[in-house]
Each structure stands twice: as structure tokens, then as C-alpha cells.
Design a binder for this molecule. Structure first.
Ligand code: NAP
Length: 275
């Protein structure tokens, strides 16, 4: 019998997670199915219980439940607890365990595109589930300075104290006309399908950066990345991170090791589908 996996979120029409995971299942020789489960917030607990009851092996979690699901899980990995967000659930021994593979996905993407954040001045747009994993990575890897740009500064609660050598500033979008730095990372959904053409910042704000990363992968080039590329920045989209975080989830669910060459194979196949 096929083993069961899925994605919990509230609007999943654009998701390519089923294609990515079925490519990994084929590579790993696992007979499984991966479904999209669109659930309302009031039904999140019922959906988790349902997956448990059906014997699911694992699930991913996306907008808007990465933080709110935490209180409904039986336990959290140390990584998920420190980051403060869950994108992967492992069902084991009748327990639902929350973990976070966005961190590993982000790290693998930076390696692949040769982006070094140590001692760099990095601007992060947004402070949702994905941004928390990105900020944790930047703190662990000694970014020189981190600017977190948000709509509402009162929502930013750094659960983890910054390392002494990293300065962290929190800025409102409405005040950020003068920001600059080395690397800018869009962790908001602004510009994501179907609202393509929108950007979280005016085009000229990105011109002082040498690298722009957008965690969005649909479209492959958002307006934010297009603005950055046209102003001479290195521009990297979120597709490789998406594939790498899925690989890390497979490792947690199935106790396997997936190397960069296998991630690259899946990335190329998915890039073709989206292209
Ligand atoms: P989330 O938890 O809902 O957080 C979204 C963040 O964006 C919040 O800080 C939110 O601020 C901010 N935001 C939303 N609309 C905004 C707007 N119009 N202007 C300014 N800020 C806005 O979502 P998430 O899970 O972090 O995901 C964020 C994006 O990253 C999505 O596009 C997702 O697809 C992408 N992502 C990609 C990967 C990958 O592997 N490539 C992994 C994870 C996420 P408020 O609190 O003020 O609403």
C-alpha cells in the first residue's frame, strides 16, 4: 500500500510540492502519494488528527500555519523550537513532531549560488515563518548586520538573542527609503502568483545591494528580482531552496541521505516543468 504524505496550507493551487516529492519518491524507490490539503484554520487540528489516524508518514506546512501549528504538535525538534516555525511534521509512534527544513533549504541554496553571508550587511523583508528560519541562519553564520523590514514593528519578537557580533535593526516598510547593504532577501509573499508584478519595495531601493534573493519561486522571476537584475545585482529565486527543503524533509521522514547531485536532478526536472 502507498504511504501517505501531504501539504497543509490554505491556498495551495500553485503548489509544486507534489511534483517535487514524487520525483524524490521515485529516486528513493518509495511507493507513496503526496496530497495537497487545503484546510481552514479552525480545522487545522482535525486535519492533523486525521493524518495521524490515516497513518500518514509526514506532512509539510505552509502559509499561514507555520507558526500557529506549533502549539498543536506533540513535540518540536530543537531546530523548530529555536527558529519558532515548523514547515515539516513527522508522524511517528502516534505522535506528530514538528521540525524546520527551511533553514537547511536556505543554507543549501546559498551554497549552490556561492553566496556568503558572513560579515555581510543583510536586509530581510518580512518576519513570517520563512523569515524566521532565514534570520536564524544569518545569526548562526555571523552576518555582520541584519535589518528586518516589516509592516508592523510590534510584531517582531526575536525569540533568540542575536550573537554579540551581529547588529539587528527593525525597520518599518514606511521608513525604509534609505536602506542599503550587501544582500537583500524577500521573505514576504509580495509578487507571488497570482499577484505577479508587485514588489515589496520600489525598484531603486534594491540598487545598492550586490545580491537579491527572493524566496518566491512562482514566478521564477518576480518583479523584485527583475528590478534587482536590471540594476546589476545577482538575482536568485526560491526554487532551489524549495527543492532542498523538500530533500531535507525526505531525510527526516525516511531516514535517508540525499546528496547535492540528487537535489540538482530534481531541481532541473522541476525547473523544466515551471519553465
Ligand atoms: P508567512 O508566515 O505568512 O509570513 C509572511 C510575511 O510577509 C509576514 O511577515 C507578513 O507581514 C509579510 N507580508 C505579507 N504581505 C505583505 C505585504 N503586502 N507587504 C509587506 N509585508 C507583507 O509566510 P512564509 O511562510 O514566511 O512565506 C513567505 C514567502 O516565502 C511566500 O511567498 C512563500 O511561498 C515563500 N517561501 C518559499 C520557500 C522556498 O523554499 N522557496 C520556503 C518558505 C516560504 P505581516 O505579519 O504584517 O502580515
Amino acid at each position: 500500500m502507498k504511504t501517505l504524505y501531504g501539504l497543509l496550507g490554505n491556498r495551495l493551487g500553485h503548489s509544486i510540492s507534489p511534483q517535487i516529492h514524487s520525483l524524490f519518491f521515485n529516486l528513493l524507490g518509495i511507493d507513496a502519494c503526496y496530497h495537497l490539503f487545503e484546510v481552514r484554520s479552525t480545522e487545522l487540528v482535525a486535519a492533523l488528527d486525521g493524518l495521524k489516524a490515516l497513518g500518514a508518514v509526514g506532512a509539510n506546512v505552509t502559509i499561514p500555519y507555520k507558526v500557529s501549528i506549533m502549539e498543536h504538535l506533540d513535540s518540536l525538534s530543537q531546530q523548530a523550537g529555536v527558529i519558532g516555525s515548523v514547515n515539516t511534521v513527522i508522524f511517528r509512534n502516534e505522535s506528530a513532531i514538528g521540525d524546520n527544513t527551511d533553514y537547511k533549504g536556505f543554507e543549501t541554496m546559498l551554497q549552490r549560488y556561492d553566496i556568503d553571508t558572513a560579515n555581510k550587511d543583510v536586509t530581510v523583508l518580512g518576519f513570517g515563518g520563512a523569515a524566521k528560519a532565514v534570520i536564524r541562519y544569518l545569526l548562526d553564520n555571523e552576518a555582520g548586520k541584519i535589518r528586518i523590514v516589516v509592516r508592523d514593528k510590534s510584531k517582531v519578537n526575536l525569540a533568540f538573542p542575536p550573537a554579540a557580533e551581529t547588529q539587528v535593526d527593525i525597520i518599518a516598510f514606511s521608513d525604509c527609503c534609505e536602506i542599503n547593504g550587501d544582500i537583500i532577501i524577500n521573505c514576504t509573499p509580495v509578487g507571488m502568483y497570482p499577484n505577479t508584478g508587485q514588489s515589496p519595495l520600489p525598484a531603486d531601493f534594491v540598487s545598492s545591494y550586490h545580491t537579491a534573493v527572493d524566496l518566491i519561486y512562482n514566478p521564477l522571476e518576480t518583479a523584485f528580482l527583475q528590478d534587482a537584475r536590471q540594476r546589476g545585482c545577482k538575482a536568485v529565486n526560491g526554487l532551489y531552496m524549495l527543492v532542498a527543503q523538500a530533500a531535507a524533509a525526505q531525510e527526516l521522514w525516511n531516514g535517508v541521505t540525499i546528496d547535492m547531485s540528487e537535489i540538482e536532478k530534481v531541481y532541473n526536472a522541476v525547473h523544466q516543468i515551471l519553465g
